[in-house]
Design a binder for this molecule. Structure first.
Ligand code: HEM
Length: 226
């Protein structure tokens, strides 16, 4: 029994480490994105986006982030497959649902939906900025010429209610995924005694709610205001 447990924790370790790395990216990403609603001139967001695009440390972290996403996704599929192979007999399902949350039982589904969202998201912004700069306007903020990322994002949300809804759903999905993923990552890393578990669960839920509301509020703001 204990060796099964150790093997399962070993498998989850990579998910936890990459997950925590992605959580730190998501926190910075949300903080910068919130400037979309704090300043309609777009200056604040453009400064944040320009900092992320030009800072040498971020340039080193960016490929690692891509790798982190890739490992997190591929490894989750591997774990999902291993768990499916070793799945218990079906009648145990009802007792499982009493001791776990809906999100924790559906992490693979939530992750897959997030992955679909992420592909659309990367096509919307990242690929345009990196590989189609001729589609971008430029602006000068505080004497520095930079790409007008604000106009790219704001136009998408102003022009399409469908994209706004998609991004609202993306924020909610991410929140649900994190409502289990956040504390589960720490649990796997060893903070799994009773004292820490309860606290991490509460912190994880608060964090997940803030992330869901934060990301969803941005397209919602554009629906209401423009
Ligand atoms: C209102 C919601 C969001 C907005 C407005 C937004 C905006 C952006 C923009 C403008 C970029 C391109 C940045 C650049 O290359 O300079 C970007 C990239 C990215 N976003 Fe988002 N995002 C949102 C939600 C999310 C969510 C929910 C996730 C995670 C699940 C996410 C993950 C990513 C990733 C992985 C990249 C590519 C990494 C990179 O640019 O370095 N975003 N986002």
């Amino acid at each position: 029994m204990s060796s099964i447990l150790t093997a399962s924790i070993g498998r989850k370790l990579l998910m936890s480490i990459t997950g925590l790395f992605l959580i730190s990216f998501i926190t910075v990403h949300l903080a910068i994105n919130l400037s979309l609603v704090l300043d309609d001139s777009g200056k604040l967001f453009n400064m944040g986006a320009n900092f992320m695009a030009t800072n040498p440390v971020i340039k080193i972290i960016e490929p690692l982030l891509g790798l982190g996403f890739l490992i997190h996704i591929l490894w989750s599929l591997n774990i999902g497959y291993q768990n499916w192979k070793a799945r218990p007999v079906r009648y145990q399902k009802t007792s499982l649902s009493k001791s776990s949350t809906w999100a924790s039982r559906n992490m693979l589904i939530l992750g897959t939906l997030l992955f679909v969202f992420l592909i659309i998201h990367v096509i919307n912004f990242f690929l345009v900025i990196k590989f189609n700069p001729h589609l971008m306007y430029t602006v000068t903020v505080n004497g520095i010429e930079m790409e007008d990322t604000y106009t790219l994002v704001a136009s998408l949300f102003k022009d399409s209610i469908a994209y706004c809804i998609l991004y609202i759903l993306g924020g909610l999905l991410l929140g649900l995924h994190l409502s289990h993923g956040f504390w589960s990552a720490f649990q796997t890393l060893g903070l799994n005694n009773k004292y820490w578990m309860k606290r991490l669960q509460v912190i994880g839920r608060i964090y997940a709610i803030l992330v869901a509301i934060g990301f969803s509020a941005i397209p919602l703001y554009f629906i209401i205001k423009f």
